[in-house]
Ligand binder design. Sequence first.
Ligand code: PRP
Ligand code: URA
Length: 209
Amino acid sequence: MNRVHLVAHPMIQHKLTFIRDKNTGSKEFRDLVEEVAMFLAYEVTRNLPLVDCAVETPVATAQAKVIAGKKLGIIPILRAGLGMVNGMLRLIPAAKVGHIGIYRDPDTLLPVEYYVKLPSDAAERELIVVDPMLATGGSAVAAINFLKQRGAQSIKFVCLIAAPEGIDKVHRHHPEVDIFTAAVDSHLNEHAYIVPGLGDAGDRLFGTK
Ligand code: PRP
Ligand code: URA
């Protein structure tokens, strides 16, 4: 589990409780997902390299640090990953955003790809794949496969809730990928929904149920 980063900050746990609540409406759900995504962005960027610099304060010269110009890319898995993009961009405004459209076939539960648009220099960027739910892991593995086929060297995965099954699958296929999550839940039910989870993330974000 050393590549699983459970981000258990009290503010995140608090907000996640309201995200899980079936009585939370779409607007509040969207706002909370965005806020938690911003907190998770803070954790996923924790080890970004810094360089020294000097800055003039009103009082004197301070020896300070700035981020060493790492190029980042945020890759939401459509649809539900879209709900995390603005929160991530609030903390990492210079990141470029690439989209991968994947849905889970309700009968086979296998991932189906339907759309891709990546930054032209995606292979040179540190990529952060975002999706609120890591359930069977099929969608995450398909997205990471796809990015690697296009030359990506550095990929992290960020979600709100992960199932043990999804973590195992991602790490069987991509053992070097760090997973950042606000919760690791109990298991998947017979429809491969995370228990207790939050239900269908895409439907709750976009009000499509
Ligand atoms: C959900 C979720 C993940 C996927 C997780 O998307 O947002 O992408 O399921 O399940 P998995 O780990 O078993 O692949 P869904 O297929 O419902 O599509 P949507 O985001 O368009 O609603
Ligand atoms: N996708 C969701 O949106 N929720 C789950 O619990 C599993 C997959």
